[in-house]
Design a protein around this ligand. Structure first.
Ligand SMILES: [Zn+2]
Ligand SMILES: [Zn+2]
Length: 447
């Protein structure tokens, strides 16, 4: 399939007409997306049409085997000048200075017209950032449906050992061969499904922020992510077993998530408190308190609790908002954040500004509250199916998964709102002074 709305060759980077749903002008950053068996042949045609003859393929030992070698041979046979930059690693390649430098060296010496990123998260981000620095177009050729960053305009890097997100550019196009993607390890498909499942709680948080703080919200953009999620929920066992149609839906959903973020200019369509919780789990891993796990798996686990928390929040949605705590140096909070604690100041300040601007206006008129409640209730109608699907996939709603215990999970949802300034259900509950009882109900103890 060609993903709808992104196949207009002239459309990239150009403002579309005002969105009928929200009135804003959404910019779609990727010119062309193909998800299907035909992706490989379409890629060759695309490069021909653009006159992109000199091609640099960035791959690693694994992705060369599953796709890169064949792709290079196809392109060479079709008359392209193909060179490769193959990382020897089979696992553990980092999106760090060294990897970016290696791709930059290859670009400088081989002077390609275009660079192909044949791989998943790390290879794509390394290629994204290196090509960005050379103002060189790149094309994403995913090898696993494991995360939603393919269409992203930012690069998730790890410089000086610290995870950072840097301004970068979106791929010129994405060609996702579903034959290759469906053969990816189950773990990677589960990771991608977890990332997509998290869009259920992200949507709730987005709608909540729109209701409480009148943040811009676009139903049409939200639906671009929700529709493929629904398709994956229909047959999660098939998806995880590598059913090609379901994997195509998942891949489409992950690509759409990236496009959706670019279309609204922020991460709301794809990231809510479940992602903040995953960032908190990253922090715990960084501090040596638990082992690292994949982003998607962490999001999957956090989503199970996020959905339960959001469901309970609906019960007293209209309660007034009181001054948020945090930033004041609570003993428990300091303990969890360790040395990172001082870095929380700016987020705390932004939350205080947010509070000053919006708290008084909530809940507003009874009509407004009813409208917000109805919208959130409609969104939460899929929560049970999302939870059931995650449970069936082996992601439990109990402690002990991914190296957590009850205290860690509780801290995760108590303090995840300290690391991002974006308002979520956790801020709502904290300001309403409901957070502790809700966590009592949702996070199981260790006993
Ligand atoms: Zn819109
Ligand atoms: Zn994610």
């Amino acid at each position: 399939m060609t993903v709808e709305g992104v196949s207009d060759p002239e459309g990239a980077g150009a403002a579309t007409s005002p969105c009928p749903s929200c009135g804003l002008e959404h910019v779609v950053p990727v010119e062309h997306v193909v998800v299907g068996r035909e992706a490989r042949s379409e890629l060759g045609r695309f490069l021909d049409e653009r006159g992109l003859r000199r091609v640099l393929v960035v791959e690693d030992a694994n992705t060369a085997e599953v796709l890169g070698d064949d792709l290079s041979a196809d392109l060479a046979a079709a008359g392209h000048a193909v060179s490769t930059r193959r990382f020897a690693q089979r696992a553990g390649l980092l999106a760090d200075e060294e990897a970016v430098g290696a791709v930059r060296d290859a670009i400088a010496s081989r002077r390609p017209d275009v660079v192909l990123a044949v791989g998943s998260g790390v290879l794509t981000d390394v290629t994204r950032y290196a090509t960005f620095l050379h103002a060189k177009p790149f094309v994403s050729v995913p090898t696993a449906p494991s995360m939603d960053g393919y269409a992203s305009t930012v690069a998730a890097m790890q410089f000086d050992g610290v995870k950072i997100t840097l301004p970068s550019h979106a791929p010129l196009a994405i060609f996702a061969d579903t034959g290759v993607l469906a053969a990816a390890p189950r773990e990677m498909i589960l990771s991608g499904f977890g990332d997509l499942a998290g869009k259920a709680s992200a949507r709730f948080d987005w709608e909540l922020a729109a209701g409480v703080a009148r943040e811009p919200y676009c139903e049409a953009v939200a639906e671009r992510v929700a529709v493929p999620l629904e398709r994956c929920l229909e047959d999660t066992a098939g998806l995880l077993g590598g059913d090609e149609d379901r994997v195509a839906s998942l891949t489409g959903g992950l690509v759409e998530s990236g496009l959706a973020m670019a279309m609204v200019g922020n991460s709301r369509p794809a990231s809510g408190c479940e992602h903040h919780a995953s960032h908190f789990l990253d922090l715990l891993a960084f501090r040596g308190l638990r082992a690292h796990a994949s982003h998607g798996l962490q999001v999957a686990y956090a989503t199970r609790f996020a959905l339960a928390i959001q469901r309970l929040a609906l019960a007293h949605l209209g309660d007034p908002l009181l001054q948020p705590a945090g930033g004041g140096g609570g003993e428990d909070e300091r303990r969890w954040f360790g040395e990172q604690y001082l870095a929380l100041g700016p987020v705390h300040d932004e939350k205080q500004v947010w509070f000053a601007e919006h708290a008084d206006a909530w809940p507003g008129t009874s009509g407004h509250l009813a409208e917000v409640h109805e919208r959130l209730a409609r969104s939460s109608a899929r929560f049970e199916r999302v939870g059931t699907a995650l449970g069936a996939a082996g992601v439990p709603a109990t402690t002990g998964f991914l190296g957590t215990d009850g205290a860690m999970l509780r801290a995760t949802f108590r303090y995840a709102n300290r690391i991002r300034s974006r308002f979520t259900v956790l801020d709502l509950l904290e300001c309403q002074r409901h957070i502790e009882p809700v966590l009592d109900a949702v996070i199981p103890g260790d006993s």
